[in-house]
Design a protein around this ligand. Sequence first.
Ligand SMILES: NC(=O)c1ccc[n+]([C@@H]2O[C@H](COP(=O)([O-])OP(=O)(O)OC[C@H]3O[C@@H](n4cnc5c(N)ncnc54)[C@H](O)[C@@H]3O)[C@@H](O)[C@H]2O)c1
Length: 277
Amino acid sequence: MELRDLIQIAQFSQSMTQKQNKINELLDLENKVILITGALGQVGTALVNTFLDLGSVVIATDINKSGEINIENENHDYFKLDVNKPAEVRKVLDDIFAKYKKIDVLINNAGVNTFKHSRDRTEEDLDFVIGVNLKGTFFCIQSYAAILEENNLKGSVINTASHYGTISPDFRIYTDCDRRNSEIYGATKAGIIQMTKYFAVELADKGVRVNSVSPGGIFNPDQPQGDDFISNYSNRTPLGRMAEVHEIMGAYIYLASDTSTYTTGQNIIVDGGMSAW
Ligand SMILES: NC(=O)c1ccc[n+]([C@@H]2O[C@H](COP(=O)([O-])OP(=O)(O)OC[C@H]3O[C@@H](n4cnc5c(N)ncnc54)[C@H](O)[C@@H]3O)[C@@H](O)[C@H]2O)c1
């Protein structure tokens, strides 16, 4: 190999390292304390693993008492937290803050649905979905904002909404099941998108950014949706398939990182284009 070739290889490798360093700097989530609600579900588990892989300290919370997180990476902690209990939310967030001295990012991910037909909806169904999705998101933001303000810290909130907070389901996709996405789920997710804008404005001068991610339908390999449903849903989606859960993570990484320091009040829809049709 001639000297000229060696110099070219060295220059190429230096430019690759510079690019990598720049990307690492922009997406540096190392040692950031990330609090995740509803962390034991499908999306929550993916969030826990994603942020652990990126070197963050992950505080997983869920309503379930047995918060066994079966992963080797020890950079995580677990707290039982029912987001619909305001006093518990404040206490748990205080405990987390006392232990870790900061909470860089709050991911409001806990969410529930009800699948009965609207004609059979009860007041209890409505209270259940509103309680977790809307009130739970509110209580967590309220306590998080208070703790940040009391300690003169900046932060970032990422709310998990849904593409069904922006569009209605197409009922023709439910040919093999009656698990219809409910009107109250969509209404609470639309509420979360609006609450995101409200708090983005209210907390802007405190240095707290507030955004939301709206996933589309995610394939669940542990509890697969029916074949007809998957096929109907896929036909109704420009990208022709349901999401794999890892495909939703990029939006959270972007919003948690310094790549998004000028982004607030936004809703990032990751739905394979369904809402564009
Ligand atoms: N899976 C999808 O296709 C999809 C699509 C769009 C949006 N989402 C949203 O993503 C989020 C996560 O959904 P998922 O698919 O992982 O659901 P999931 O049911 O697998 O997980 C939800 C988690 O929230 C927890 N939870 C329920 N009530 C709670 C409460 N009161 N306090 C704290 N935690 C509570 C549950 O224990 C569970 O671990 C939800 O907000 C959901 O609406 C999911």
